[in-house]
Design a protein around this ligand. Sequence first.
Ligand code: GMT
Length: 375
Amino acid sequence: MSRLPVIGITCYPTQGGSGVVASELGLSLARRGYEVHFITSEMPLRLRRYEANIYFHPVEAVTYPVFQHTPYTLALATKMSEVARRYGLDLLHVHYAIPHAASAYLARAMIGPDRLKMITTLHGTDITLVGQEPSYFEMTRFLIDESDAVTAVSGWLRDETVRVFGPRREVEVIPNFVDPERFRPREDGPRALFAKPDEKIVVHASNFRPVKNATHVVRVFAQIAQQVPSRLLLVGEGPERPLCEQLAVELGVADRVRSLGQVENLEEILALSDLCLLPSRHESFGLVALEAMACGTPVVATDRGGTSEFIERGLTGFLCDPDDIAGMAAVSIGLLLDPALHRQIRDDGLREAVSRFGTPCILKRYVDLYDRVLA
Ligand code: GMT
């Protein structure tokens, strides 16, 4: 193809790693001259400022009294095909299999499989939880096989996909990435808003779904606070956030815990923190841990899933059994009370995040994949 391909991207627009990865990918492609069309239910959080080459097409899922449930998947497929026809899309890149890959499959059938290709990126619970529900299992496997290419954000997720679904289609690993210009150490952050000079700041950012084990963050923090003057910042919204606040009251640390809700400047919050906790039941990747490392903030994360593919235990961060509250607290306290260790983990983690997972190296892999699919 002599011109740059025109790309359609679909993702969940709310806070959550898959939407973040899709948005950052679209932004990076647009900055390199690609025309990128986001086809989503609302404007993704990280796109809410004008950028050249980015177009947004909201999906309007009209309801009708006879429908028991609004057929969003069909409205999305219709919008995908409409945008593909009007703007000459070459490929649809969908993030999170269910239901986005089903819509892309329909749109490709409407436009013609020789004129529109589809790539599905698997992110995590689309394979480990949702896709394994009997209601979605066969469909997930079918869509993996029918995609023109499939990627997974870690080797662990690729292996899980192969183990659970046994797909015919090869699943290629393209790991998540971080924009080192945005996620970087900052000396000028508003740290004083959250802590006194002698206090440490611990941060947790997630969508507070049960898989994130966010209540464990509060339990670990309660033990840290007994030995280290510190504050806990909770970033994001989700079902277990109220539970965390309640638990903080029960454990006597409510006055040290602050919920910030959904923030647009996550990079500043991560950069002003001394430690990032991510004790999830499992993480296919754990993007926020990589973002924290790029900000120079050491991470104590779950050892279940793909985190070991970018965190080297004891060298660039710490990996723990997510149910070992005492173990996570001990590692965190050791890190917060030992400036030399903190500095070493911070520097090595930062170097690893930027050199191996910075946008330029990973973006190239997506661009190569697009070229292969369209060849
Ligand atoms: O699978 C999910 O939980 C949804 C998804 C999201 O939208 O937050 O998170 C997954 O995708 C992220 C981006 O690739 C990964 O960093 C997360 O590890 C992954 N979540 C899980 O595996 C639980």
